[in-house]
Design a protein around this ligand. Structure first.
Ligand SMILES: [Zn+2]
Length: 230
């Protein structure tokens, strides 16, 4: 009999001794929302125009997969190709304007404590994990399943999932154009801050991936802080 072993731990715990830094908002202001997202779990919230969302990589090297929608019209949503084309750059970093499928600014990166973030690598999911890593990982949910579960709370479904952004994920574009998914550039307590340019519904999957190094094989919490800047 073949013994099938999974690399996936049971439950949403992280390794004993993990360094956690919950940090604070990157910009001063009145806190209107403060949420702690457990490892492997989804989160969503509306960030009103002018408000700033700080995402804290509490344990370091944790990918926060992210989708954004115009809160008043969900048919207008984040577009990775529009964002990359307007920026003429393969990465998301300070100053990047995150654009919709109508070319309009949804959010702008106004603060950033790591070199760059990815918007090419896409989201993990049960099907893609099975294809890449084998059938023994089929039972473990991925970001796609997290997105679907959270999206359903807002009347959104499969047709509304598009190519996403990965906060804190390191997907280098090599000189020959090849993409890697490698160990992260982040560390406990590192933050990114994005200002909403319209009322934006933000969906985040705290990535459960355990089959490649995008979460350092130790999924840890994220903290989401929304402020009205002072
Ligand atoms: Zn994922």
């Amino acid at each position: 009999m073949t013994m099938i072993r999974s690399t996936v731990p049971v439950g949403a715990s992280f390794a004993d001794g993990s360094e956690l830094d919950w940090a604070q908002s990157l910009v001063p202001g009145l806190v209107v929302l403060d949420a702690r997202v457990p490892p492997n779990a989804p989160w969503s919230g509306v960030v009103a125009a002018g408000q700033v969302l700080t995402i804290v990589d509490v344990g370091g090297n944790q990918s926060g997969d992210c989708l954004m929608y115009n809160a008043a019209d969900h048919d207008e949503r984040y577009s990775a190709p529009d964002t990359l084309t307007w920026e003429q750059n393969a990465y998301v970093s300070t100053g990047t304007v995150l654009r919709s499928n109508e070319g309009r600014p949804l959010m702008t990166v106004i603060g950033n404590e790591i070199d760059r973030h990815d918007t090419i690598g896409g989201a993990c999911g049960k099907e893609s994990n099975t294809l890449r890593y084998g059938h023994h990982v089929m039972y473990h949910h991925g970001c796609r399943e997290n997105f679907l579960a959270e999206a359903s709370r807002h009347g959104l479904g499969v047709r509304d999932l598009v190519s996403n952004l990965n906060w804190f994920m390191n997907v280098p574009v090599e000189a020959d154009g090849a993409l890697g998914i490698v160990d992260g550039l982040s560390a406990p307590g590192r933050r990114v801050a994005v200002r909403a340019e319209m009322d934006v519904l933000v969906l985040v999957s705290n990535c459960p991936q355990m089959n490649n190094p995008c979460n350092d094989f130790n999924p840890t919490p994220l903290r989401m802080i929304v402020v009205e800047p002072s």
